[in-house]
Design a protein. Structure first.
Length: 455
């Protein structure tokens, strides 16, 4: 998940009272009740598709063999569901993790676990050996880090909603390498972005500033970040870092698109989807296999009632984690078409709790009628990364906000596997999306276009 850091402000209710992040979904509107019964009756089949994707493709980092297998699996689902299938070409980045190691040197010498951050340069065969400097905030950087390895030990809080805690912590993963390189640091180790850990490192993308040298960067466990801080407080600590990561030329991929042509207003398009790629550790079940399956199954359930008024496209975006190439390519190929709304699921496979919405007040007012009886709250900020190129052009954006109380426990780790997803919760989220999709695709009047946002 290339997260939009403003995804969750405090959930403000569009209908009913604010809901907690966890609990049992309790819809009351006829559409939501109908689709919940339908999805729960087919929960085994819905979950089966997630298992097929996770076990059949494995990890799906852009440009990897797993991504190709995932494209084939997704396209086969859409053809089986009777949709017109489009395979829009996308050039995607290819980053290879390679072998990696981190060793604590000195009186106590032992290996430490780590994961290179996505896009990191390598260290070369010899690696980088240097003393560490442990800091918690960017304003602690300075000339004293020159020639050293910076360890960012900025904890992610465990408050609610979790996204509020994620945003400040992930800044060190995204910008930390270049900020440290500005002062001459030779490498960076970042405390994994999670509030709870069982000695599990979390990867994720970094963003190099072209104004400064690219230095190697990796994530370490919260346990080791705290340990290194304790050791450094007692005296100089040396570590040796080796990263074999490197970048290859861009590769060919596709946005896998399934289209159900509208019966009355075929030129008005509704998009629903998530990203097909995942990080190269774990199976990407939560990020974003669940969102992919929910989107595909929501359209399948909608189609049981016949073609909607508007055209609906389910889009399995090719590359979100380390480039957003899929979303950008979709907007470049289809952005001039009349898009009524874009819906995304990219916050794990928990039961539905709310909607994060990007749009004008008039668009919000139009949407609120479709949320009546959903048993869910609405935030005035949200959407999703893959659909952001559309929402930047004024398209109404809607992001599903599921129960994500434990999402960041496994986010971008080896533990993001299919067994972490509850089939009943996956079915409920599918039902919520299907009911919303029915409203958006069939409402008598389309929402007005919103303002184009400056980038």
């Amino acid at each position: 998940m290339l997260v939009l850091l403003s995804l969750l402000s405090a959930l403000s209710p569009a209908v009913g009272d604010p809901l907690p992040a966890t609990g049992t979904w309790a819809p009351t509107g006829p559409r939501y009740v109908h689709y919940r019964a339908l999805a729960q009756a087919e929960s085994a089949a819905i979950y089966g598709r997630l298992v097929e994707l996770c076990d059949g493709a494995g990890h799906r980092l852009a440009g990897s063999p797993g991504q190709k297998r995932a494209e084939e699996i997704g396209a086969a689902w859409l053809r089986k569901d009777g949709l017109k299938v489009l395979l829009d070409p996308v050039k995607v980045p290819v980053w290879v993790r390679g072998e990696a190691s981190l060793s604590l040197l000195g009186q106590v010498s032992e290996p430490l676990d780590l994961l290179a951050l996505g896009g990191s340069v390598g260290t070369g065969v010899a690696g980088v050996e240097a003393p560490i400097v442990v800091i918690r905030e960017f304003d602690e950087l300075g000339p004293h880090v020159k020639g050293k390895i910076v360890v960012y030990n900025h904890p992610m809080g465990s408050g609610s909603p979790a996204m509020h805690e994620y945003g400040p912590a992930v800044a060190f993963r995204g910008r930390g390498a270049s900020r440290a390189a500005q002062f001459g640091a030779v490498a960076v180790l970042v405390r994994s972005v999670t509030a709870r850990s069982l000695y599990t490192p979390h990867t994720g993308a970094l963003n190099y500033d072209p104004a400064w040298p690219k230095v190697p960067a990796a994530a370490i466990t919260p346990e080791d970040a705290d340990r290194l801080e304790r050791l450094a407080a007692r005296g100089e600590v040396h570590v040796r870092l080796r990263l074999g990561s490197h970048t290859l030329p861009d590769a060919d991929a596709v946005n896998v698109i399934g289209e159900l042509r509208g019966s009355e207003r075929p030129d008005e398009v509704v998009v629903i989807g998530g990203h097909l790629d995942s990080w190269d550790v774990g199976q990407g079940a939560s990020d974003d296999g669940a969102g992919i399956v929910e989107s595909v199954e929501a359209l399948r359930l909608l189609a049981k009632g016949g073609a909607p008024r508007r055209t609906v496209r389910v889009v399995l975006f090719a590359n979100e984690e380390n480039g957003l190439r899929g979303g950008l390519a979709y907007e470049a190929a289809h952005g001039k078409e009349r898009h009524v709304a874009a819906i995304e699921s990219d916050l794990g496979g928990g039961g539905p709790r709310g909607w994060g919405v990007v749009g004008s007040p008039a668009q919000h007012a139009w949407l609120d009628a479709g949320l009546a009886g959903s048993g869910m709250s609405r935030s005035d900020e949200g959407g999703g990364a893959d659909i952001s190129p559309l929402t930047d052009q004024g398209v109404l954006g809607i992001g599903l906000v599921p129960d994500h109380a434990h999402y960041f426990d496994i986010h971008h780790t080896r533990a993001d596997t299919v067994d972490k997803i509850d089939p009943a919760a996956l079915a409920d989220a599918t039902a919520a999306l299907a009911a919303l999709l029915e409203y958006v695709a069939n409402a008598p009047d389309a929402p007005p276009a919103g303002p184009v946002r400056e980038k």
